[in-house]
Write a protein that binds this ligand. Structure first.
Ligand SMILES: NC(=O)c1ccc[n+]([C@@H]2O[C@H](COP(=O)([O-])OP(=O)(O)OC[C@H]3O[C@@H](n4cnc5c(N)ncnc54)[C@H](O)[C@@H]3O)[C@@H](O)[C@H]2O)c1
Ligand SMILES: [Fe+2]
Length: 391
């Protein structure tokens, strides 16, 4: 079948002050009790207080649950689902980055479906319509406020489960750049590189369409232009706003074209070592695209031409390498750790992580399907870029 589905939230609100629409949106739904799902840091901020006030002025009672772990866990989902049910909530608001949105999506499933969240790993396994979800995004990277993906750590197996279901797409997404200025440099860098990874993986994906291409290419351009600005000066509201749009466009691209082996492998690093998702992606992206360079040569060459990374006389193979070099440059520019070695990742775990990566549904749309030995080889390449390049 060649039918290309397009998934997206019903309503998406952008711009300075956008979060204030929450009050009228809650009133319009007629909600009475709203569970706010957020993490420990954001739970204590003025922003959480403002969200509670919008819930109250929308005519509902807020219940705040602020314990989402970065890389949310199955235990988080169980606890928050109990809070949702025992308070008889009728709406969820996720406040935060990918971790809060993903946890809230999983809670939305478990509010109306039986079993454990593990039962819904994979694509379109959800039976009953999940509880309604509004997502207020405070990072510019994952696009989880608008996707049909929820990534939850299975604490027993130490793997990240990908739950992909169109029904967990939030009903409303809000990207207000005023909520982004507080992001520290490390978070700005990691989430920005996550967004770049989404755009690149979607562009070389086997499911890419003209719609996902347009969004991916624009996102790549905007991230290269604005991530260094937002990194250098977190108060640069224009750069913050452009990054909010760029990460959303990268989300449109991968939500519909899928991802690739960067994410399939990054999920294992995140599950094994609890490392920040964007950092894992930033380190793996050059190694995976180097592995993909022959299969994705024409696609990478288009990125090079569009970005003006290419020069006359270059072959597509040269252009593919130019893109990989520029990605490395951007990653260094925003001070992402050099390689997996500097994250204290152990090569002894590569084989097991590679096995799990091959089962991750995010890898299915990679331009070429690697063997186990090849996945281990990609981990080795990303473990030590300097010596990999010297060979
Ligand atoms: N569902 C998807 O489509 C999708 C896609 C990519 C990644 N992910 C998942 O998203 C998660 C990562 O999310 P993330 O990178 O957005 O970070 P995060 O949600 O894990 O947050 C990281 C830290 O940043 C803090 N923070 C968030 N916003 C802030 C702000 N405005 N100012 C100051 N601090 C702030 C949080 O309190 C937290 O401590 C991973 O678990 C990853 O697997 C999901
Ligand atoms: Fe991601």
């Amino acid at each position: 079948m060649n039918a290309a589905y397009v998934f997206s939230p019903n309503k998406n609100v952008f711009g300075r002050g956008a979060i204030s629409v929450l009050a009228s949106e809650i009133k319009n739904r007629g909600s009475k009790k709203v569970l706010i799902v957020t993490d420990e840091f954001l739970a204590k901020t003025d922003l959480a207080e403002r969200i509670k006030q919008y819930v109250t002025s929308g005519g509902a009672t807020p219940v705040l649950w602020g314990k989402v772990h970065p890389n949310p866990t199955d235990a988080n989902v169980e606890e928050a689902t109990d809070v949702f049910k025992s308070n008889q909530c009728d709406l969820i608001i996720s406040l935060g980055g990918g971790s809060s949105h993903d946890c809230a999506k999983a809670v939305a499933i478990m509010a109306t479906n039986s079993g454990r969240i593990h039962d819904y790993e994979g694509v379109d396994k959800v039976k009953n319509a999940p509880a309604p979800l509004f997502s207020v995004n405070t990072t510019s990277g994952t696009a989880a406020e608008m996707t049909r993906f929820s990534i939850i750590t299975d604490t027993a197996r130490r793997v990240k489960m990908a739950i992909i279901d169109w029904r967990i797409t939030p009903l409303l997404s809000i990207n207000d750049p005023e909520t982004l200025v507080s992001m520290p440099k490390g978070l700005t860098a990691a989430t920005g590189m996550d967004a770049l990874t989404h755009a690149v993986e979607a562009f070389v994906s086997t499911w890419a369409t003209p719609l996902t291409d347009a969004n991916a290419l624009t996102a790549i351009k905007m991230i290269f232009a604005n991530l260094p600005r937002a990194y250098d000066n977190g108060n640069d509201i224009e750069a913050r706003e452009k990054m909010a749009y760029a990460q959303y466009m990268a989300g449109v691209a991968f939500n519909n074209a899928g991802l690739g082996y960067v994410h399939a492998m990054a999920h294992q690093l995140g599950g094994f070592y609890d490392l920040p998702h964007g950092v894992c992606n930033a380190i793996l992206l050059p190694a995976v695209e180097f592995f993909n360079r022959t299969a994705a040569e024409r696609r990478l060459a288009i990125i090079a031409d569009e970005m003006k990374f290419s020069e006359s006389g270059m072959t597509n193979a040269d252009k593919a390498l130019a893109v990989i070099d520029k990605i490395k440059e951007l990653k260094d520019r925003v001070n992402i750790p050099k390689d997996l070695r500097s994250l204290n990742v152990s090569p002894n775990d590569f084989e097991e992580m590679a096995k799990f990566a091959m089962k991750d549904p995010c890898g299915f749309t990679n331009p070429v399907q690697p063997t186990l030995a090849e996945v281990i080889g990609i981990f080795e390449h990303a473990y030590d870029y300097e010596s990999a390049m010297a060979h």
